[in-house]
Design a protein around this ligand. Structure first.
Ligand SMILES: C[S@@+](CC[C@H](N)C(=O)[O-])C[C@H]1O[C@@H](n2cnc3c(N)ncnc32)[C@H](O)[C@@H]1O
Length: 239
């Protein structure tokens, strides 16, 4: 069900989410799903409900910004990362950023990796997500059941913040590791391209960018990035 530019603007304002950055097919499918429930007649009415009903707004936002995550999700990606991060053992203050962190498990996984290098306690650990409800849950910490036997480093001090990375940009630069996994797949190509450019720029020289297992940089060299392994890139320069 194609929706017009005006409809996208109406629903963006009502949901406080910049829907134009997402793939049109993704937005259309989610809007169609919302309309199929039969509680609203059309997009104008849907907009009105989203403006006035916080519960409906949260549900709609969550349906757009898919938040599936997990501790050590795609564990082989973290094994790969571990093969390229030994130098952080010697760094005074490693800086790692989980961009699109959902409810925080990804940042905690990075904390465990840094703990193996003896660096979790002195690292800057930042997680950002567009959904404030995800950030609230992330700040509350992981449930015991999510840990699958792993022990979280007690001295790690993760920080979580609400940030729309596409429209607001990254939280400063100089990051040693940036993870941006399974978020850009929902973005339309221009927004994805812009995002990848900003992520590359946010890295310190020699810093690593890990994307999700179905994602890649379309032209790494143009962004000053080198291919390291599938889905893993390094910013040119010495760490
Ligand atoms: C599928 S989850 C992936 C979570 C985690 N990176 C992982 O792979 O386990 C995608 C996350 O990206 C967030 N997200 C989507 N668009 C965003 C944006 N523009 N800025 C920040 N976060 C965004 C969503 O809210 C969601 O939590």
């Amino acid at each position: 069900m194609p929706i017009s530019v005006e409809d996208v603007q109406t629903l963006s304002a009502a949901s406080d989410l910049e829907l134009a950055m997402f793939r049109p097919a993704h937005v259309e499918a989610r809007v169609a799903r919302a309309l199929e429930k039969g509680t609203v007649a059309d997009i104008v009415e849907l907009g009105s409900v989203l403006r006035h009903d916080p519960g409906a707004r949260t549900e709609f936002r969550r349906s757009i910004a898919i938040s599936v995550t997990g501790f050590f999700r795609d564990a082989d990606q973290f094994e790969l990362l571990a093969e390229h991060t030994d130098h952080l053992r010697y760094k005074e203050r490693p800086r790692v950023w989980s961009a699109g962190c959902s409810t925080g498990a990804e940042l905690w996984t990075l904390a465990v990796l840094l703990d193996r290098l003896g660096a979790a306690g002195r690292a800057q650990l930042l997680g950002s997500d567009i959904l404030d409800e995800n950030i609230r849950r992330a700040r509350a910490g992981l449930d015991e059941g999510e840990l699958a036997g792993h022990v979280l480093p007690e001295d790690a001090k993760p920080w979580f913040e609400v940030r729309d990375i596409v429209t607001q940009g990254p939280p400063g630069g100089g990051w040693d590791i940036v993870l941006c996994r399974n978020m850009a797949i929902y973005l339309e190509p221009n927004a994805r391209q812009r995002l990848h450019g900003m992520l590359a720029e946010s890295l310190a020289p020699g810093g690593l960018l890990l994307l999700g297992r179905s994602e890649r940089l379309s032209d790494p060299r143009a962004l000053g990035m080198e291919f390291v392994a599938p889905h893993l890139y390094r910013r040119a320069g010495t760490a």
